[in-house]
Design a protein around this ligand. Structure first.
Ligand SMILES: *Cc1c(COP(=O)(O)O)cnc(C)c1O
Length: 456
């Protein structure tokens, strides 16, 4: 088989500013060894997140110029609404400025004390918006999804038996809706099978609970279904997408992911009364229902992005470029979560640096090393991000110490990815020289964004 090439040509370029290793050692130290504190201009390859970092197409940029900025009834809104309706099949389409705004509106209405919301795994903002109302978010991921070393096709699936048990225990009247996140971002971008979505829906129908999809990476999920699930090989991406959403009563979306734009999101609903309540809240917090928190030009770019993301050659390139990086790392013995998910590679820092204990943040040590070796920005997902303290001030580490390398959409070419690979291998070769860190400053909440470290 021939090389899968980037299915686009480059029309507009953004220069990368190069730094030397000596400069990077100094920059990292001045940033308190925290990648969030490094200026983006001092980064060579930025793998901090795939959110809002996509490259837009010539047609999307043309849409930016063509956007209709009418306050009410903008033509860009109607194009956006038509495309979201084509994908989701939902009756009521409500634009928002990003995913968490959709969540905030939805859960402000259906949440509250004594309510429970099951999901395969809640994303942090979803959980935060649920808990903010006093309700509880619960993760019911299937067992294989919890084991980084087990290779399976659909590690994002929900545990159906646990879902039924959960509904019986809490009472269906206390569960305003059930969610399923495709792909499962917090679980490594692992896909959910159509079979699982269908089974979750059957349970929801039986107990009369609406099913909502957290749809941020719906197209990547559809591509995995096409490649891996029996019966979908000959279906088009749009057919698979439409089937996925046919089982749902509503959806929340951050267009900063599979919308291929830098800002935007939506809520899609079938229930008229809920849609009316959501729109009322939207007017208070985001804006009039034909623009949400967005400019007309943003709606135009999202509508176009939601067409382009369904292109199978794009999805093939997208999923393959992540898989390619994963395969090379595994060949070289670098421990990662297997198989790679749709949008990122996760290095298993416990196996990469077995001699650095969680108290000294092995993931952060790798993040620092990748920056110094090659100017690559990644993020720790382990004790820095999720660690808690017991009464004696001793660290309670989370189950895994990971480093996430999120791949922005359509931004980097294969030679960039090859360079990333070389830098990781260099860092892996010299892993015995890496040192852990201690925290010298931390905020009481979400400390990973602003914490400062010193080398041990
Ligand atoms: C990014 C994300 C969100 C939140 O979207 P924002 O646009 O960042 O507010 C919600 N759920 C999942 C699965 C996400 O990946």
């Amino acid at each position: 088989m021939k090389t899968i090439i980037e299915p686009f040509k480059i029309k507009s370029v953004e220069p990368i500013r190069f730094t030397t290793k000596e400069e990077r050692i100094k920059i990292l130290k001045e940033s308190g060894y925290n990648p969030f504190m490094i200026h983006a201009d001092d980064v060579i390859i930025d793998l901090l997140t795939d959110s809002g970092t996509s490259a837009m197409s010539a047609k999307q940029w043309a849409g930016i110029m063509d956007g209709d900025e009418a306050y009410a009834g903008s033509k860009s809104f109607y194009r956006f609404e038509k495309q979201v309706r084509k994908i989701t099949g939902m009756k009521y389409i409500i634009p928002t400025h990003q995913g968490r705004a959709s969540e905030k509106i939805l859960f402000s209405i259906v949440g509250g004390k004594g309510k429970y919301f099951p999901n395969n795994t809640h994303f942090d903002t979803t959980r935060a918006n649920i808990e903010f109302t006093g309700a509880e978010g619960v993760d019911l991921l299937n067992e294989t999804g919890k084991h980084p070393e087990i290779r399976a096709d659909f590690k994002g699936d929900m545990d159906i038996a646990k879902l039924i048990e959960f509904i019986k225990e809490k009472g269906k009247e206390n569960i305003p809706l059930c969610m399923i996140t495709i792909t499962n971002n917090s679980g490594g971008g692992q896909p959910v099978s159509m079979k699982n979505i269908r089974e979750v829906k059957e349970v929801c129908v039986k107990y009369n609970i609406p099913l909502f999809i957290d749809a941020c990476r719906f197209a990547e999920n559809a591509y995995f279904i096409k490649k891996r699930e029996k019966g979908y090989k000959d279906k088009s991406i749009i057919e698979i997408v439409q089937e996925m959403f046919s089982y749902a009563d509503g959806a929340t979306m951050s267009a900063k992911k599979d919308g291929l734009v830098n800002i935007g999101g939506f809520l899609a609903l079938n229930d008229e009364n809920l849609a009316m309540n959501c729109r009322n809240l939207l007017i208070v917090t985001e804006g009039f229902p034909t623009y949400g928190g967005l400019a007309g030009r943003d709606l135009e770019a999202i509508a176009q992005g939601l067409e382009e993301v369904l292109d199978e050659s794009y999805l093939q390139y997208r999923i393959r470029s992540v898989e390619y990086l994963g395969e090379r790392l595994v060949e070289a013995g670098v421990p990662i979560i297997e198989p790679p998910g749709g949008h990122a590679i996760y290095i298993d820092a416990k196996r990469f640096l077995p001699d650095i204990p969680p108290e000294q943040f092995p993931g952060q040590a790798i993040v620092g090393s990748l920056y110094i070796e090659g100017g690559i920005r990644s993020v720790e997902i382990g004790s820095v991000m999720f660690g808690k303290y017991d009464e004696k001030g001793k660290l309670i580490p989370p189950p895994m110490e990971l480093v996430r390398l999120a791949i922005p959409r359509r931004v980097y070419t294969q030679s960039h990815i090859d360079y990333v690979l070389e830098v990781i291998l260099e860092s892996f070769k010299n892993r015995n020289k890496l040192r852990g860190y201690k925290i010298v400053y931390e905020a009481p909440m979400l400390r990973h964004f602003t914490a400062r470290f010193e080398l041990m």
